[in-house]
Design a protein around this ligand. Structure first.
Ligand code: B1M
Length: 585
């Protein structure tokens, strides 16, 4: 037997060619190659290489997902034969996203990489209760239980799983592996987990370490160093240079203050804005009132004010089902935050005739808009927020979309054009009103990198945003954009196309570096970190973070004190942030 099949299978899996991976596997098996050799010499090295490429950003989510899908295709042929031949897996893993959390893109990748690494994986899905984890450990005779969490508010559910495993009497026989963007090795140790992994590739080596007792200690140490180095919310220990209190002159209106900031014309103070999720209003009504009274927002988003009723029943922020104006059905797990699409409307981009564009949103009541803008002295953002990438995800489901977008078909491109035409029409209508700025958004980053390759982003999405910004500027309006995750790579592009204000997770990038490179070139519209600082820091640390943000971004303007009061954030920290921003100069 030559090694040709091994190289071929590795290339096919790595290149995401599922058909070829299946065909080569069939041929190799037919010619007598043992299934375990296909795994060891073909699929395991392919997935390991895919993980390395993802970590050093030669692969992005679509490429990684394609590789995982091709590997799965080949594994489907190999797995039954391994069982028949009594070949034991590298280990048995039960994995899931913990209760209250629906983020599963990362968890699915970890599960696929573990499978590709020779583990037998039983995926319990999202919103998994501690009891369900404990039951599955017994049922599947698991060696490892893998827990994923992406929200600071759902991290405590990991401890509950560990406790439940103890209560159920299975803790001694199973190792607990945890991961997800807000986690650290210290937190893992604190809740009694056996290992922490920051990435999917690390999860595979951690799992290997866990099933080999002595490798475990080394793995934990490595993870600890990694986590300490990347702690996103760390703030400098030096004392901040906080200027003594001074009376705010307030000679200008909030609207004027924001404009001075955007134009770098030396505003009297930093403009501010709090984003409030219903989660916070429900839990902390008095604190919210106090923050709003002491630090009123200088920026406000106008309601949509349509003259025709916009379809789509229910409330996006309540538990259960919510259908939006496009007909996308969201399942929500938790009060006060949003849910996600479970049954995609689009199964094939060549048939989108049933997708309804909410044209009622174009019939805005211009008199009401004029009245609203005329009655406020705050800076007004338009009541619409195009999100082309996310709308595609809502219609098609996130994972399908990531796979589709790696090689966008003519039909997908044609639909994106229709979507873009609709958004442009909507923005033009708003641009004719008295609002001060147009807004748009799409989350483009994971914790460490862009979600798709920058070249693909530049080809498919940058031109859309360039059009939105042009519409704003042609009408004398400013352009504001929101995008979560690590997006440093595309900030120069956003500056090039003329974006005025960017709301981004600056703490998951490098605040000081962003300031050096981009300060004064566009306005940073926040944000104060919600993963580490708002839920966990002391008020003194918050004050230092405020100083750091201002030092990085303010140049006679160029920085807006913005933070979101959402899941996990402490009210005293939200208050401390605005109080500190009031004083820092
Ligand atoms: Co959400 N979201 N989201 N979101 N979202 C984050 C996580 C957030 C950090 C963004 C932000 O700060 N602005 C923030 C959390 C802040 C906090 O913790 N306090 C946040 C929020 C607030 C929310 C909502 C509350 C928003 C709202 O209601 N307004 C809501 C919550 C819903 C809920 O869970 N109940 C929400 C919803 C959503 C969408 C539905 C829109 C979508 C999820 C789609 C899905 O997963 N099916 C979404 C997305 C996409 C994100 C961001 C932008 C990207 C997450 C992602 O998919 N990354 C995220 C921003 C960010 O991460 N900075 C954000 C790609 C993926 C490959 O990476 O998941 O990190 P990741 O997985 C990595 C590693 O972490 C690791 O390996 C993976 C591969 O390397 N890993 C493990 C993960 N699990 C592991 C397990 C292991 C080992 C390693 O062992 C078992």
């Amino acid at each position: 037997m030559t090694d040709d099949w091994a190289a071929g299978l590795r290339d096919a899996a790595l290149g995401g060619d599922a058909g070829r991976a299946r065909e080569l596997t069939e041929r190799a098996l037919a010619s007598g190659v043992p299934p375990e050799q296909l795994l060891d010499d073909g699929l395991i090295p392919a997935m390991a290489e895919a993980g390395r490429r993802f970590e050093d950003q030669r692969f992005f989510l679509p490429e990684l997902m394609l590789a995982a899908r091709a590997t799965k295709e080949a594994l489907a042929l190999i797995k039954p034969l391994l069982v028949e031949r009594d070949v034991p897996p590298a280990g048995r893993v039960v994995i899931g996203t913990v209760a209250g959390d629906l983020h599963d893109i990362g968890k699915n990748i970890v599960a696929a990489m573990l499978e590709g690494g020779g583990f037998a994986v039983h995926d319990l899905g999202i919103d998994v209760t501690p009891a369900a984890f404990a039951t599955a450990v017994s049922e599947h005779d698991a060696d490892i239980v893998g827990l994923s969490a992406l929200l600071t508010t759902t991290m405590p559910a990991m401890r509950e799983v560990v406790d439940e495993l103890t209560r159920a009497g299975v803790r001694e026989r199973v190792r607990v592996l945890v991961g997800g963007a807000p986690l650290t090795a210290d937190y893992a140790a604190e809740i009694g987990a056996d290992a922490y992994a920051a990435t999917a590739a690390q999860a595979v080596s951690a799992a290997q370490g866990l099933v080999t007792e002595e490798a475990k200690a080394v793995e934990q140490q490595a993870s600890h160093v990694e986590a300490t180095e990347r702690a996103p919310g760390s703030v400098p220990s030096a004392q901040p240079q906080i200027a003594p209190d001074r009376p705010a002159t307030e000679t200008d209106t909030p609207r004027e203050l924001v404009k001075q900031t955007l134009d770098l014309r030396g505003p009297d103070r930093l403009p501010r804005q709090m984003w409030l999720l219903p989660w916070a209003t429900k839990r902390y009504p008095e604190e919210v009132e106090r923050i709003e009274r002491d630090f009123p927002s200088d920026i406000v988003t106008i309601p949509i004010f349509c003259s025709e009723p916009v379809p789509g029943g229910g409330n996006a922020h309540t538990v259960g089902t919510f259908v939006d104006a496009w007909g996308c059905t969201f399942q929500n797990l938790q009060e006060g935050i949003i849910g996600q699409v479970k049954q995609p409307l689009v199964t094939d981009w060549s048939d989108t005739s049933h997708v309804r564009f909410p044209r009622e949103r174009l019939a805005i009541d211009t008199e009401q808009v004029a009245e609203f803008c005329g009655n406020t002295d705050r800076f007004v953002l338009a009541g619409t927020c195009p999100r082309p990438f996310e709308r595609l995800q809502f219609l098609r489901g996130p994972e399908n979309l990531y796979l589709d977008i790696s090689h966008p078909s003519a039909a997908l491109r044609a639909f994106l054009e229709r979507l873009h035409a609709f958004y442009k029409e909507e923005l033009r209508i708003w641009a004719e009103t008295e609002v001060d700025a147009l807004t748009f958004m799409d989350d483009w980053g994971s914790q460490q990198a862009l979600l798709i390759a920058p070249e693909l982003w530049r080809e498919l999405f940058k031109p859309l945003y360039a059009d939105y910004i042009s519409i704003a500027h042609e009408h004398g309006k400013y352009a504001f954009m929101h995008s979560d995750g690590h997006i440093a790579e595309i900030i120069p592009d956003l500056i090039e196309i003329g974006l005025d204000a960017l709301n981004a997770q600056v703490f998951c990038m490098d605040v000081d570096d962003l300031g050096r490179r981009f300060g004064g070139k566009l306005t940073f519209w926040g944000e104060l970190d919600r993963q580490q600082l708002l839920p966990r820091a002391s008020t003194a640390q918050i004050a230092r973070a405020a100083q750091r943000l201002r030092a990085a971004f303010h140049r006679e303007g160029g920085f807006i004190a913005q933070c979101e009061f959402g899941p996990g954030a402490l009210p005293e920290n939200v208050y401390a942030f605005f109080a500190a921003c009031e004083r820092v100069r």
